[in-house]
Write a protein that binds this ligand. Structure first.
Ligand SMILES: O=C(O)c1ccccc1NCC(=O)[C@H](O)[C@H](O)COP(=O)(O)O
Length: 274
């Protein structure tokens, strides 16, 4: 069984537990009782921002491929730094067992900025979309690899009904065909193979070259420096989802500005950061 299969199997149990603790009708009542205005995640990514680049900056404490990255990361403080550095949006990993995240991180990150916030999760059920909306998410990730076309259709429809945007993630031409068949517009191209963790930065540019004018690509995973950004810009991609290299940066504000084409961040000791 691959790690991804294990994550998804565990997720089914976690969602069932969550639904026992907070039944769907109570979750819906919470949504109805909470004031929320969408911050326009997809709209922010439809055209290039300052410096010709949009960065979705990720709050990521740990991962299956890297283990602990910054296990003590404060989601609100990290999100505020990302906003100060010029991020277009924030992504928050809400999985507990494999990424040391939580939905509460999303709530705190959103409260700390006025940027749109993505729930980065392994979404396989409607319940997780209601959870995302109740936590205030502006958008959710839907990963083609773990969904059938009919599941993707249903989750996309409910995402829209709840007023959120969807970032639909692919890693291959076959998955792009499925994303397209479901009518996805905002398409995350993961450079990382989620089953093997092999990361190839050419994946995003290769798949983006197939996309039509109404489709917006987002390059995700393995982006570490301005050179990586420039290689994607040359391939017509101006949206980037970046986790590890940002989280590890000693000065996240300066590093974000550097990624967006500003002056290089001063070198600092790797463990001298926030
Ligand atoms: O990051 C992993 O190890 C991972 C493993 C299995 C499933 C998903 C995984 N990551 C989720 C992501 O998509 C990344 O956090 C995101 O693209 C940012 O990647 P990076 O900039 O390389 O941290």
């Amino acid at each position: 069984m691959s790690i991804l299969d294990r994550i998804v199997a565990d997720k089914k149990e976690l969602v069932a537990d969550a639904a026992r603790r907070m039944p769907l009708n109570q979750l819906c009542a919470r949504i109805a009782d909470t004031a929320w205005t969408a911050r326009g995640f997809a709209a922010r990514l439809a055209r290039p921002g300052p410096g010709g680049v949009n960065i979705i900056a990720e709050v990521k404490r740990a991962s299956p491929s890297k283990g602990d990255i910054r296990p003590d990361l404060d989601a609100a403080r990290c999100a505020a730094e990302y906003a100060a550095g010029g991020a277009a949006a924030i992504s928050v990993l809400t999985d507990g067992p494999y990424f040391k995240g939580a939905l509460e991180d999303l709530v705190r990150a959103r409260a700390a900025t006025d940027l749109p916030v993505l729930r980065k999760e392994f979404i396989i059920t409607d319940y997780q979309l209601y959870e995302a909306r109740a936590a205030g998410a502006d958008a959710v990730l839907l990963i083609v690899r773990i969904l059938s076309l009919s599941q993707l259709d249903g989750l996309l429809a409910l995402t829209r009904e709840l007023g959120m945007d969807a970032l639909v993630e692919i890693h291959s031409a076959e998955e792009y065909t499925i994303a397209r068949a479901a009518g996805s517009r905002l398409i995350g191209i993961n450079n990382r193979n989620l089953a093997t963790f092999d990361t190839d930065l050419g994946t995003a540019t290769t798949l983006a070259a197939r996309m039509g004018p109404g489709e917006i690509p987002v390059a995700a995973s393995g982006i570490h420096n301005r050179r990586d950004i420039e290689a994607n810009l040359a391939g017509g991609i101006f949206n980037f989802l970046i986790g590890e290299s940002l989280v590890r940066a000693p000065d996240r504000v300066a590093f974000l500005k550097e990624l967006m084409g500003g002056a290089p961040a001063a070198k600092q000791p790797a463990d001298g950061g926030i």
